[in-house]
Design a protein around this ligand. Structure first.
Ligand SMILES: [Zn+2]
Length: 222
């Protein structure tokens, strides 16, 4: 099944995508993963993406869609995938539908992790991550076993440079203006499931599992 996970910064997309991926036995890709892979591959697309990333501006829709197309070709037809943070804009959402249609596939599930701005800011302010493997910990709710070190690989945990209050606020505003139309696009077509993401991680996970179960369960005719 192809799953799209939407949500503001701090809603817990990465954490939930990872857990869903393990539960479903499928890979998950964040926008960051897609960009990193492209840059590392050194393709023309990767070079263009790197220019935007280095200048700190958002990568344009056409590049993101081309990267998504490459991912869909790489994974092969009928293989499930979880997309975390993509599509971000309305053109990306429409473009993704077209990419899938061209390949005879369709999105199975769109989940919005819904969170209040205050809760998101609080979460992001206490978030640390591992530059080595991408694992995320929260100093308020999800402490690592050894202070300052990644549970998964032992790397040194760092605070992301954009997890400071002024930047969080800016990211939230950017999210609101760009992703709101995307959310409405899926909602108006009856394709959106919303989960209250202000709750503890395991409760959010449970709510997502219930939706997955409902969607992937036996289909009753009529
Ligand atoms: Zn690590």
């Amino acid at each position: 099944m192809i799953v799209v996970l939407l949500g503001a910064p701090g809603a817990g997309k990465g954490t939930q995508a990872k857990r869903m991926g393990s539960a479903m036995g499928v890979k998950h890709f964040s926008t960051g993963d897609l960009l990193r892979q492209a840059v590392e591959s050194g393709t023309e697309l990767g070079v263009r993406a790197a220019e935007y990333m280095e200048s700190g501006t958002l990568v344009p829709d056409d590049i993101m869609l081309a990267l998504a197309g490459e991912l869909l070709d790489r994974k092969g037809p009928g293989v499930g995938v979880i997309l975390d943070g993509f599509p971000r804009t309305l053109p990306q959402a429409k473009g993704l539908d077209q990419l899938l249609e061209d390949r005879g596939e369709t999105i199975g599930l769109v989940i919005l992790l819904d969170i209040e701005e205050d809760d998101a800011v609080e979460r992001l302010s206490s978030r640390v991550s591992c530059p080595e493997c991408g694992s995320v910990h929260n100093l308020a709710t999800d402490l690592p076993m050894t202070t300052g070190l990644c549970d998964a690989c032992g790397g040194t945990l760092v605070r992301r440079s954009d997890d400071i209050p002024e930047k969080i606020e800016h990211r939230f505003e950017q999210y609101q203006s760009e992703t709101h139309p995307t959310i409405e696009y899926y909602r108006s077509q009856g394709r959106l499931d919303t989960v209250d993401a202000g709750r503890p991680i395991h409760e959010v996970q449970k709510a997502i599992e219930e939706i997955l179960h409902r969607k992937s369960g036996p289909q009753v005719a009529g």
